[in-house]
Design a binder for this molecule. Sequence first.
Ligand code: PLP
Length: 416
Amino acid sequence: MSLHISREHAEMLDKKDPIACKRDEFFIEEGTIYLDGNSLGPAPKSVFDSIDVTMREEWAKGLIRSHNTAGWFMLTDTLGDKIARLLGAGQGEIVVCDTTSLNIYKTLHAALSMQPNRKRIVAEATSFPTNLYMAEGVASTCRDVSIALEGSDGDAIEDLIDEDTAIVMLNHVDYRSGVIRDVKAITELAHSMGAMVMVDLCHSAGVIPVDLRDLNVDFAVGCTYKYLNGGPGSPAYAYAAKRHHGKFTQPLSGWHGHAAPFKFEQSYRQGEGARALLCGTQHTLSMRALQSGLAIFDDVSVSELYEKGKALSDFFVSLVDGFADELGVGFYSPKDVNLRNGQVSLTHETGGYAIVQALIERGVIGDFRQPNVMRFGFAPLYLRYVDIWDAANHLHDVLKSKEWTHERFNVVATVT
Ligand SMILES: *Cc1c(COP(=O)(O)O)cnc(C)c1O
């Protein structure tokens, strides 16, 4: 036997899983083990009918009236309020709109607009690249604004926060390693220095408990196509703490962020609350798809999901640990499950990309991140312990047989 824990053990864990039935709410093809829900969640079964009704009834028959009668126009707010319940935010503090990249741009500007005498954005050099690119975009359009990065301008973010810092941009969870950051402690420090905090929740929303009120951050952003299962290209969300409502401005002053969009006034008057972060018309079909993704969270708590996600990833770590040294696999993520979200990233000196491709051919879908990280996400809503066992077993076999060295696994695709 290749693994030191039996498959029967995994079957037994599945029998005891209190939220095992949630898997039935997703379309997952026979033979697919989906370990990439941290990049794009799978399709909820309810989404097909929902999109069909939106097309055939609301659009085809309802036409323009559906903005009112089917609630299209307010989906930015109604879905924002649903996400708020998952993230410990209040009603009216979150809007669903645009992309995470754009929401980063708007919230960084919003924070700068509230503190005109502070000129620095502090962030992590290991941040998801778009976050840094957008910060560069903000700096390039704001006089004297500069960026200081943890990991290149200083070793610890705490040392970079000073009286010139306007906003600290944090990733709640690191996208490569899955490591959870102590956002609350950094926010306390930032506030004591008079600076604000914006946190990116892309890799935590829906898998680890987030309480925005308790974290006390000023702004937050996140995407919905990962663990929230909103579908390809589904819109992102933006959070502005209530205490800041009416006090910030942002430069993408489109008509949906206007105080009275349908008065068609000649100049911009910023709307109330988080709606001031809106810009223009949103993708209604994508918002409908997101609605199906969010409905799945109605009868399950994020803390239950977190517990199962930890158990799944812990199980994977113990299985891989059994052959890691022998077959040249390293742990990029910390082994301690309390330090990371439901994700395990592994390394291999030469084979990272090709190993992931060989696994995909076997139906085990993970992904690869530069320079040598094989990422496996363990989304607790639809994964079973037997999936984890099978995935580890495939990984073992791909390595042991050196299957990954085959030429066809070594051709790099556009999207990894
Ligand atoms: C996935 C992800 C994004 C994606 O940004 P888009 O604008 O939706 O493409 C941004 N930041 C982080 C941390 C992410 O994980």
